[in-house]
Ligand binder design. Structure first.
Ligand code: SF4
Length: 326
């Protein structure tokens, strides 16, 4: 049973298109700071076409074209890239950029910022790096309920919270409740920071759970939202495994008569799910059905400079749905 929705989200589609268009506009090589998205198949394909993935700016030659990944970057990285004279194209997902805006507003208001997220994840590093401490505020990262108790802020009446976009909805709700009880004046986002794609994929897994014996999540081991999908399945009492591709199926998970649910993280291309299904058919799976679920119609505009450079023209303005998300 295939969960719906699953796989690529609008931010990932946009990020991959940005690299493809940059290759068309500037020619190879184009440099990408960090993995543009967390998926080895996609990265290998883009590498073959001339993308070069780097971890540091000093790996990029002067005046080369540099793309920031969908996860976003800190202000210092933007500044350094400018100083090095690089031609920067920003593929930060607009929903991550929305969180960046919130962070900058809280910094200007002199609040301490609490971010709920996973230490070291590129999105978290980038988001915390948007905070300007010159107005006296500082940042605090909270990963779980224990972290809430350990927090020490400058003024409990002047704190705000944002979250990573790809967290577990349920876990985050609990951490937010604990923060509210410790800091009743805490300023929260007007709209959820956990993005539409993360929420809808977690809902998709939840609706699989009453009908399946095993959940397979297709996604990279370093993909936050793929890991959360496995957690959602396990916390619903179901056996669940994360597999990067069909080659990682362990036949010991399979037994006659079981129903297998399949989903995929927001950075997993559909072909990996198709290959997994084919492999399961080879191993004896019978009927394949797709669950009912949310239809997604979200798409994000590409950077105008890139469209101009490739002589393409934006054919639409922001949709109502996109405007609401932002
Ligand atoms: S998972 Fe959400 S925040 Fe991340 S790229 Fe996709 S839409 Fe954007």
């Amino acid at each position: 049973m295939l969960a719906k929705p699953r796989g690529f989200c609008a931010g990932v589609v946009r990020a991959v298109q940005v690299v493809e268009l940059a290759l068309e506009a500037h020619g190879a090589p184009v440099y990408v700071l960090h993995e543009i998205i967390h998926n080895q198949r996609v990265l290998a394909d883009l590498c073959n076409r001339g993308a070069v993935f780097v971890e540091r700016l000093d790996e990029v030659p002067p005046r080369a074209c540099l793309i920031f990944s969908a996860h976003g970057v800190a202000r210092t990285i933007e500044r350094e890239a400018r100083q090095r004279g690089l031609q920067v194209i920003d593929a930060t997902c607009p929903l991550v950029a929305k969180v960046h805006l919130e962070v900058m507003q809280h910094a200007r208001a002199g609040r301490d910022l609490i971010m709920i997220g996973h230490a070291g994840h590129p999105e978290v590093v980038g988001t915390l790096g948007r905070f300007d401490t010159s107005r006296g505020g500082s940042t605090h990262l909270v990963e779980n309920l224990d972290g809430v108790q350990a927090l020490r802020v400058r003024d409990p009446m002047r704190v705000a919270v944002v979250t990573q976009t790809t967290l577990s909805v349920e876990d985050t709700r609990r951490v937010l409740a604990a923060l509210r009880s410790r800091f009743p004046a805490i300023v929260e986002p007007r709209r959820d920071d956990i993005c539409y794609a993360t929420q809808s994929r977690q809902n998709g897994v939840r609706s699989l759970l009453p009908r399946v014996d095993l959940v397979l999540v297709v996604g990279a081991r370093n993909s936050s939202n793929a890991n959360r999908l496995r957690e959602v399945a396990r916390s619903g009492g179901c056996e669940a495994h994360l597999v990067q591709d069909a080659g990682e199926i362990d036949v010991r998970w399979l037994r006659p008569g079981i129903v297998i649910g399949i989903t995929a993280g927001a950075s997993t291309p559909a072909v990996l799910v198709d290959e997994l299904v084919e492999r399961l058919k080879d191993l004896g799976a019978g009927v394949v059905t797709e669950m009912d679920g949310e239809d997604e119609s979200v798409s994000f505009r590409l950077p105008a400079s890139l469209l101009r450079a490739t002589a393409r023209h934006p054919t639409r303005t922001t949709t109502d749905e996109e405007a609401q998300l932002l």
